[in-house]
Design a protein around this ligand. Structure first.
Ligand code: CP
Length: 648
C-alpha cells in the first residue's frame, strides 16, 4: 500500500499552475541544499520503481538519483526485456504487481496512452516519463524551470520550437505549458513533421491558443533582419494557423519584428517513423551563426537531449547553450516533484478530478482507435476501446477522441440502434447524436458496408431499381470464373478468399464454378475485416487455411471506396506471404478513394456516391427449385441533411 496519495502525472495538464509553481519553489530549495552538500531525508522509507520499456539516460537516472538524494530507495528492472514483459505480461498486470513493491511508479513506454493505462491500473501514483510520441511532462518541468531561471519569467517569452514537432513528445507537453504560462510559440517544423492536429485542437479548445508555423528559411530571414514576418500574435493567440489566411502572417511595413528568447531544438525521432517522414538530410542544424543577429543574440538554445546532428558541438561552450543545465535540472526538479507528491499525500484536501464518461456504443464491434501506436492496439485483450466526443473542425465527420492516446477517429457513418437506421454524418445530426449518446443508442460505422452488414438500413431509401436480374448475375459470376481460369496458369496454386458476407458467398460460387470447369477446387476462406482477431477462416469444410505462397483471389460483391478491399489485402499479408493477391469483384462502381483496380470484374455499373448498389445472392448448393435470390438493385440514399427533422 503506497504511502503517497493516488495522484498521477500522465500529462503536464494534470498539474495546476500553482502545483508547478510549488514544484519550482521546492526545486530551488533542493538545488540549494544539494549545492551545500546537505543530507536530505525527505523521502526516507519511500520506494520508487522505474519501469522503462524504452531506452533512457536522463529521465531514468535523474529520477533514480532524485529518490536517492531524497533518502528514499529505488527498485528497477534493468531491462524490461529481462522482466516478465518478455513473457507477455500485460502493462496492467505489471504495474499492479509493482505497486505492491513500491510507493511510486515512473513509467516510460513506446506506446501512446500507455501512461494512462498504467495510471488507471496501478493503485500508487504513476509519473509519465514519456509515452510514445504523446507527452513527457516531467521533461517539460525541467524545460520550464531552466527557461524561467534564464529569462526570469515565462509570460510573453517567444520560443521557437524546431525540428521534429510531430513525434517529439517533449514538445507536445512543452506547448501545453508555454500556452498556459502566456509564452508565444513559433513552430519551425522540419518538412512533414508538424505539430499534430490533436495537440492543436486541444490547445484551441482548452486554451483558446494557437501559434504561427514558419519554415526554417523564414525563421532565418527573421533572424537575419528581414522585416518579413509577424511571428508572435499578441493575446488572444489566434493567428494564421486556423484561419489559413496568409496575410495575417505578414507584418505591416515598419512594424518591429520580435526577438526570439529561446530556440527549443529536438532530434528526429527516427524510432517512431514509418519511413515516409523527413529524412535526416533535411533536418535542422544549429550552429553558432544562429545566435549572431540582434534578434537572436539574447536567445538561449534548449534541447531535451539526446542530440544527434542538430546541434553543433561548437555551441556547447556558449553560455546561451543551456541543454546540459536542462538535463542537470532533472535532479532538483524531480526531487521536487516527489516531495510535492508527499505534500499532497499529507494534505487532506485531495480533490477528485472530473472524469468525462466514455460513449457507450451499440454497434458490434465498437470503433477502434485509428492510431497504429495507440496502446489499445497492443494491449487490446483487456482494454476496451474508449472514446469521448472529439473536436474536429470538419463538420462532415463525427470526431471521437480516444480515451488513451487522445487521437481523433473521424467517422462518416452513424447509426441509431433502436431504429436500426444509419446516416452519413453531417452537422445537422449533431444534436441527434448527442441525444443518442445520452440514451446509449449511438452506433458508428467506418463504411456503409459495415453498417449494412450489421443489419442497419439507410435512413431513407430513394427509388429502387433492378440493374441485374438472375440471368445477368449468373452470367457475371460465370464471367468472373472464366477470367480467373484464363489468367491463372496453375489452378492448384490458387486459394479463394471472400470478404464477409456476400463476398464470401460469391467466393464459394466461384470455387464451385472453377472446380466444375477445371476439376480443381481451390481452398476457400471467408475474411471479416471487422474481426481482426478472427479475420480469416475456412468455409469449404477444411480445418485450416493458409495464404503462404498461394495465389490468392480476393472476392467481394461490390467495390465502393476500396477501403474494405484494402483492409482485406492488408489482413491477408499479415497472415503470411502469398505469391500474389488478385481482386475479383462482381460490380465495379467506378469511384474509389484508394488506388485499387480489380483484376476480374463481373460488370461495371457506374453510380454516383449517393447511390447504393446492393447485391442479393442465392447460396451455393441451393435447391434448384427454390426461388433464386440473385439480383442487383440500385437505390439512392436520402441524406438526413435534406430532412433533419425526421432523423429518427
Ligand atoms: N530528455 C530525455 O527524455 O532523455 P532520455 O531519453 O535520455 O531520458
Amino acid at each position: 500500500m503506497s504511502r503517497l496519495a493516488k495522484f498521477d502525472v500522465v500529462s503536464i495538464e494534470d498539474l495546476e499552475t500553482a502545483d508547478i509553481e510549488r514544484v519550482f519553489a521546492l526545486a530551488d530549495d533542493f538545488a540549494a541544499q544539494l549545492e551545500r552538500g546537505e543530507q536530505i531525508t525527505t523521502a526516507a522509507g519511500l520506494i520508487m520503481a522505474t519501469l522503462f520499456y524504452e531506452p533512457s539516460t536522463r529521465t531514468r537516472l535523474s529520477f533514480e538519483s532524485s529518490m536517492h538524494r531524497l533518502g528514499g530507495a529505488v527498485i528497477s528492472s534493468a531491462d524490461m526485456q529481462a522482466s516478465s514483459a518478455a513473457k507477455g505480461e500485460s502493462l496492467a498486470d505489471t504495474v499492479r504487481v509493482v505497486a505492491g513493491y513500491a510507493d511510486l511508479i515512473v513509467l516510460r513506454h513506446p506506446r501512446d496512452g500507455s501512461a494512462r493505462v498504467a495510471a488507471e491500473y496501478a493503485p500508487c501514483p504513476v509519473l509519465n516519463a514519456g509515452d510514445g510520441s504523446r507527452e513527457h511532462p516531467t521533461q517539460t518541468l525541467c524545460d520550464l524551470y531552466i527557461l524561467r531561471k534564464k529569462k526570469g519569467h515565462l509570460k510573453g517569452l517567444t520560443v521557437a520550437l524546431c525540428g521534429d514537432l510531430k513525434f517529439g513528445r517533449t514538445v507536445h507537453s512543452l506547448i501545453y505549458a508555454l500556452a498556459r504560462f502566456g509564452a508565444n510559440i513559433v513552430a519551425v517544423p522540419t518538412s512533414g513533421m508538424d505539430v499534430p492536429d490533436y495537440v492543436l485542437e486541444r490547445l484551441a479548445a482548452e486554451r483558446n491558443y494557437s501559434f504561427s508555423t514558419v519554415t526554417m528559411d523564414e525563421l532565418k530571414s527573421l533572424a537575419g533582419g528581414l522585416d518579413a514576418l509577424y511571428l508572435t500574435p499578441s493575446a488572444p493567440h489566434q493567428m494564421a494557423l486556423f484561419t489559413g489566411d496568409e496575410s495575417l502572417r505578414k507584418i505591416p511595413v515598419g512594424e518591429p519584428p520580435v526577438a526570439l528568447d529561446a530556440f527549443y531544438v529536438t532530434r528526429l525521432q527516427k524510432e517512431r517513423m514509418s519511413g515516409k517522414e523527413a529524412s535526416a538530410a533535411d533536418y535542422v542544424r544549429f550552429d553558432a551563426r544562429a545566435l549572431r543577429t540582434s534578434r537572436t543574440n539574447e536567445a538561449v538554445v534548449m534541447h531535451p537531449l539526446p542530440r544527434t546532428n542538430e546541434l553543433a558541438y561548437e555551441l556547447d561552450a556558449d553560455p546561451r547553450a543551456v541543454y546540459f543545465e536542462q538535463a542537470a535540472a532533472g535532479v532538483p526538479v524531480r526531487m521536487a516533484l516527489i516531495a510535492w507528491l508527499m505534500e499532497k499525500a499529507a494534505a487532506a484536501s485531495a480533490v477528485a478530478r472530473p472524469v468525462v464518461e466514455p460513449i457507450r456504443f451499440k454497434a458490434e464491434p465498437p470503433p477502434r482507435c485509428a492510431n497504429l501506436n495507440c496502446i489499445t492496439r497492443f494491449e487490446g485483450s483487456y482494454l476496451a476501446p474508449r472514446f469521448t466526443l472529439g473536436r474536429s473542425a470538419d463538420t462532415t465527420v463525427l470526431a471521437l477522441k480516444c480515451g488513451y492516446c487522445e487521437r481523433e477517429l473521424k467517422t462518416e457513418y452513424v447509426g441509431h440502434a433502436r431504429s436500426h437506421r444509419y446516416y452519413r454524418f453531417d452537422e445537422n445530426l449533431q444534436g441527434y447524436v448527442q441525444q443518442w449518446i445520452e440514451e446509449g443508442s449511438l452506433a458508428v460505422f467506418d463504411s456503409v458496408k459495415q453498417a449494412e452488414e450489421g443489419g442497419y438500413e439507410p435512413y431513407k431509401r430513394g427509388p429502387q431499381r433492378e440493374v441485374m436480374n438472375e440471368d445477368e448475375v449468373v452470367r457475371a459470376v460465370e464471367s468472373l470464373a472464366d477470367q480467373v481460369i484464363a489468367d491463372v496458369p496453375d489452378m492448384s496454386a490458387v486459394s479463394i478468399v471472400g470478404v464477409v458476407s456476400r463476398g464470401a458467398m460469391l467466393a464459394l460460387r466461384l470455387r464451385d464454378l472453377i472446380g466444375s470447369k477445371t476439376k480443381v477446387f481451390p481452398p476457400c476462406a471467408a475474411l471479416d475485416v471487422y474481426k481482426p482477431d478472427n479475420a480469416l477462416h475456412p468455409i469449404d469444410g477444411a480445418e485450416t487455411f493458409s495464404v503462404e505462397e498461394r495465389a490468392i483471389v480476393l472476392v467481394d460483391d461490390v467495390i465502393n471506396s476500396g477501403w474494405t478491399v484494402q483492409r482485406a489485402m492488408a489482413t491477408i499479408w499479415q497472415r503470411g506471404r502469398p505469391a500474389a493477391v488478385k481482386l475479383a469483384v462482381l460490380i465495379d462502381r467506378g469511384h474509389r478513394a484508394v488506388p485499387i483496380r480489380p483484376n476480374y470484374v463481373g460488370k461495371n455499373i457506374p453510380t454516383s456516391r449517393t447511390e447504393r448498389v446492393q447485391v442479393r445472392l442465392a447460396m451455393t448448393g441451393t435447391d434448384p427449385k427454390a426461388k433464386s435470390h440473385d439480383r442487383v438493385m440500385i437505390y439512392s440514399i436520402v441524406e438526413p441533411m435534406k430532412a433533419p427533422e425526421a432523423a429518427h
